[in-house]
Structure formats: C-alpha cells, structure tokens
Design a protein around this ligand. Structure first.
Ligand code: PGA
Length: 242
C-alpha cells in the first residue's frame, strides 16, 4: 500500500494540519486545479482556508475549483445542492474569480452530453483532490460496484447514501441520483487527500486499511495511488493506528 496515513489528536488539529499543507501547495502552485467535495467532513478545513485568505496568507486568485459531484432532482437554489453547500462553506468567501468555479450541469436535458462537457472542462486533470469517504466506502457518488475506469457519469445513489443525504436537506425529498466525477480522473490526479473524521467512519477506515483494492470499496483504489494521503482524526482512526 502506498497510501500515507496521518492521524491527528482532534478534529481541530486535523483541520489545521490539512490547511497547512493546502496553503503550501497553493504557494508552490498558485494556479492549482482543485476537485473539492461538498458534504460536512471538509467544512472545518474550508473554514481554516477562509481564515487564511482573510489574513492574507493564502490566495485562490489564480486557482480553479471543480465541484466533485451534484445531486439530481433538486431545485437550483436548494441549499442541499452540493454547489450551494460548497459556495456557502468555501467558495463565496475566497478571492476566487466566479468564473473559476466549475460545476456539472445536473439540470441539462441531455445528461450524457453534460458529463462529456464537464470532462472536457476538467481537461488536463487535477493537481489536488479532496474526498470524503462515505460510510459504505464511496467517494463522490462512485458507489460500491462502480467501474474503476469511469469518467463523469450519472450515478444512482445507494440507500445508505440517500439516507445520509438527509443531513444536508431542509425537506424530505431526498435525492436518489446525481452526476459525479468518475474514478478515472480522480485516480489520475497528481495528489489526493482522503478525509475521515468521527467514530462513524472508523469502521470503513479500518476496512480501507485492511483490504486490497477492489470495486466494492471505491476508496480502496487510492491505496495504490502514487501520491495519496488519508487524514484521520482520533475518532475515525479508531483502534487501527493506536
Ligand atoms: P460527509 O459525507 O462528508 O458528510 O461525512 C461523506 C460522504 O458521504 O461522501
């Protein structure tokens, strides 16, 4: 396994440690092309980066951000939409030009065409990808069973993922599908950071560290990525690193 594992004593230290590395990457390459997850896991890291932009120690003026995935069937202004969450928790508070934030066109009549268009916009790929790990091992909407060589695609959500989307919704019309960047461009990224916090993720983290790469556990493909890190807080690390 090439995956490098780093665990932190608390979620606050975890967020600061990851933000330190992110700031370094941006300093080394101000035109960093990011793929970023919405969801709750990265919110503390995003808050740290906003703070650093405000104090002048980080800048996104030449960077690009691509949204990892988006729920289908929600109104464009639904606060649970991934783009709206990422705007609220990060993008709206950065010095990033609005034209440098890219999202898949989940409302397009032709979703296949929308996926190919997103792949074309992604073009040369990502310098840095941040991914939360779902409790069933998904990354983005690449659910267990997803082919490893897939590009941006329409994905059906597993029951567990539909249920956990409730955390993001202020209604009960939970999404059942979405568009997601596929495993192929994620695995082609120059650097990938897998994120997990909290005791609810300890089980999937233990599996990720114990099992060989296989498609029932999509996050496991990153075990053999040449430049991937798994960042854990104490609760998500559970017993495996004790
Ligand atoms: P979370 O979700 O960041 O809200 O824990 C992770 C995921 O399900 O992808």
């Amino acid at each position: 396994m090439k995956l490098q594992v780093e665990s932190f004593g608390s979620e606050t230290e975890w967020a600061r440690g990851i933000a330190d590395r992110w700031q370094e990457r941006l300093t080394a390459n101000p035109a960093l092309r990011h793929c970023l997850a919405a969801g709750l896991t990265p919110v503390r890291i995003y808050a740290e980066m906003i703070r650093r932009v405000r104090e002048g120690s980080a800048r996104f003026g030449d960077a690009r951000i691509f949204l990892l995935d988006e729920y289908g069937g929600l109104a464009p202004d639904d606060p649970g939409r991934c783009a709206n969450m990422l705007r609220r928790f990060l993008v709206d508070h950065l010095d990033l030009p609005p034209s440098a934030f890219f999202t898949p066109s989940v409302d397009a009549p032709d979703l296949d065409a929308a996926c190919r268009e997103y792949d074309a916009t992604i073009g040369g790929g990502f310098d840095l990808v941040l991914l939360g790990i779902g409790t069933n091992g998904h990354v983005g909407m690449n659910e267990p069973g997803t082919p490893v060589d897939i590009d941006t695609h329409r994905a059906g959500l597993h029951v567990e993922t539909v249920t956990s989307s409730a955390r993001y919704m202020n209604h009960d019309r939970f999404p059942t599908w979405g568009l997601t960047i596929g495993l192929r461009p994620l695995l082609a990224a120059r650097e990938v950071w897998l994120l997990a916090t909290g005791a609810a993720k300890a089980g999937i983290v233990a599996r990720l560290l114990a099992e060989e790469a296989h498609s029932d556990l999509p996050a496991s493909w990153f075990r053999d990525h040449p430049n991937a890190r798994l960042f854990l807080d104490r609760a998500a690390a559970g017993d495996v690193l004790a």
